[in-house]
Design a protein. Structure first.
Lengths: 266, 336
């Protein structure tokens, strides 16, 4: 599948998942947005050697993926961009940090190894947290939550419009590149002589489309402000869900839960 | 260049969010002042265009590899810095939420590294002054190349600083910096070429679409103001960042040390002694420190002084160059 096709598929797939009628999707978007940010902040705040603490943070995505009927495969696929980057940054840690931070029998564990593992864990967990938000919340819901957080209307409108027109312009780009590929078989990428005209044509068409969009919006009463659909008011269940995770994550962040549980058996 | 959430700590993320929020606040105010309702859908469609254009692979001549567009500089050349900045925030948010490219917590960093430099430095300090007295193909290429290379270098430098202050990597700052900057120099050059090709096409097809062309407003961002801002930036970089200057030998000194066993070459006699005595009298900051002092303040002062001297030297050389060029032009005119 080409890069453009994959991007279109990914957008449509997330959109369809977010619009499903599951209980996770019914939770108030603001609750999910704040919880996601709270989780990410707590996760990245762990010390670079604290592998044990970070393992405790795995509880949130594991539970939510199961109860929310989310697909692990889709979430793992999203790691393809972040994980290599995090690996490149973290892979050098074992070479520079030889401080012994743990000992298992005769095996000594270097600080560099621990910090590399925590870096990767943080990368994986934060991507999973964002996926949970986006796979269970529609774009309109996210925009509504942004407005409740007083993000300026113009920025929220931009976000919504960009999202709406991405599929359209991706399809147009696919058509243009496909037409070019048919006329230049076996060529990798676009030849430098047509860089300007090819992208320029796409740009001019996009501008013309923007004019059409503006006229259509004016005909429908657009006056610079975009109405964002109001989802249902937050119910008691949403508040309970929020409070539950805030407390659980706080406890995991503050106390060595795994060690305490292990101490009961060992 | 997208930063991931895992690469930063909350303190750095918070700081960058504050900085980006201030820039976004200013942009929202400016766009509102323009009061053009038409601009809102145009910004939306242009954001989607940048996203779509990023999917196209461009063959880099002679390398067998391909590059792609980032779009900050192009957006600001078409929409202006403020609308371009807000549009880039939208693009980065979509990339972060829907494609896991970047992160929610790292959004403040990414906005600063990619949108702020591309739109504000690129548009206000490079594009606008160059285009002030009219547009030409050469000027578009110059502004695009300069803008893309410089803003990507600044962005890559910010990534290094943010990672360094987050303390997530054991890689020494200088090594990380030396890895990031050259890579982004090449990326910036490719992006500059693509951006200039597109903008030249737009200039030929619909020149009215280009922003900031032929604006003769004095005082806002004249050449003098640009020089002052660049001077302040240079002083800041020289003054603050010189505190982090490594005490280890630089690349050349290291090579010499490997060959001779010392970081400096020992020379004596004749002409060497004459120039050494002149240098001794003129160098008020020997080895980048105050005479008889090894304090960090000395390093900072020497950083600022050094930056000012280099800046003045560059300005002087530019004026000399301009003088001779004008002389040459007059001679040619006289001959005609």
């Amino acid at each position: 599948m080409s890069k453009i096709n994959r991007a279109i598929y990914e957008l449509q797939s997330i959109d369809a998942t977010a619009k499903q009628n599951r209980w996770m999707n019914q939770i108030h978007p603001l609750v999910k947005l704040i919880l996601t940010i709270y989780y990410i902040v707590l996760t990245v705040s762990f010390h670079k050697y604290d592998v044990e603490g970070l393992l405790g943070m795995c509880i949130y995505p594991m539970v939510v993926f199961i109860i929310g009927d989310l697909k692990w495969k889709d979430a793992l696929y999203r790691l393809r961009i972040v994980l290599p980057l995090v690996c490149i940054v973290g892979i050098f840690n074992p070479f520079f940090d030889h401080r012994v931070v743990a000992t298992f029998g005769s095996v000594q564990v270097w600080g560099g190894v621990c910090s590399m593992i925590t870096l990767m864990l943080k990368g994986i967990l934060t991507v999973f947290a964002s996926y949970i938000l986006i796979a269970t919340t529609s774009i309109e819901g996210i925009c509504y939550a942004f407005r409740l957080l007083h993000v300026p209307k113009i920025m929220v409108t931009q976000f919504l419009l960009i999202y709406r027109y991405i599929t359209l312009l991706l399809t147009e780009t696919k058509r243009i590149t496909q037409a070019y590929a048919l006329r230049a078989p076996g060529q990798k990428g676009i030849h430098y002589k047509v860089w300007g005209s090819l992208v320029g044509q796409l740009l001019l068409r996009s501008m013309d489309r923007a004019d059409d969009v503006y006229e259509s919006m004016c005909l429908r009463g657009f006056n610079g402000e975009f109405p964002f659909g109001k989802p249902k008011k937050s119910a008691g269940g949403d508040v309970a869900y929020f409070i539950f995770w805030v407390i659980v994550l706080f406890v995991i962040r503050t106390y060595p839960v795994f060690r305490l549980v292990g101490g009961l058996f060992v | 260049m997208h930063m991931a959430d895992a690469l930063i700590v909350p303190a750095v993320a918070g700081t960058m969010y504050v900085a980006s929020t201030v820039a976004a606040g200013v942009s929202v105010r400016e766009v509102k002042l323009e009061n053009e309702t038409k601009k809102i859908p145009v910004m939306g469609v242009m954001g989607a265009f940048v996203f779509a254009a990023q999917m196209i692979n461009f063959t880099i001549p002679g390398t067998g590899s391909s590059g792609h567009l980032c779009g900050g500089m192009m957006l600001s050349a078409l929409l202006g810095p403020y609308a371009g900045f807000l549009t880039m925030i939208g693009v980065l948010l979509v990339q972060c939420l829907f494609f896991a490219d970047g992160g929610l917590l790292a959004l403040g960093c990414n906005v600063w590294n990619m949108a702020f430099y591309g739109c504000f430095i690129g548009a206000l300090l490079i594009w606008r002054p160059i285009m002030k007295k009219g547009v030409s193909k050469g000027k578009i290429i110059l502004a695009s190349m300069l803008g893309c290379v410089l803003t990507l270098q600044l962005g890559a430098f910010s990534v290094c600083l943010e990672t360094f202050f987050s303390g997530v990597t054991e890689l020494p700052f200088s090594v990380f910096l030396m890895t990031m900057q050259p890579i982004h120099l090449a990326i910036g050059a490719v992006e500059g070429l693509i951006t200039s090709a597109v903008l030249v096409f737009v200039h030929e097809a619909r020149p009215e679409m280009l922003w900031g062309v032929g604006e003769t407003e004095e005082g806002k961002f004249s050449f003098k103001n640009t020089l002052v801002i660049l001077g302040v930036l240079t002083a800041l970089v020289g003054g603050i960042l010189s505190l982090f200057a490594s005490a280890f030998p630089d690349g050349l000194e290291w090579s010499i040390e490997r060959i001779t066993g010392s970081t400096e070459l020992e020379s004596a006699g004749g002409i060497y002694d004459v120039f050494a005595s002149i240098q001794e009298k003129t160098a008020f900051l020997p080895d980048y420190a105050l005479k008889g002092s090894e304090s960090a303040v000395g390093t900072t002062i020497s950083g600022i002084v050094g930056a000012v001297i280099v800046l003045l030297l560059c300005v002087a050389v530019s004026y000399v160059f301009k003088f001779f060029r004008n002389q040459n032009k007059e001679t040619v005119k006289g001959n005609e």
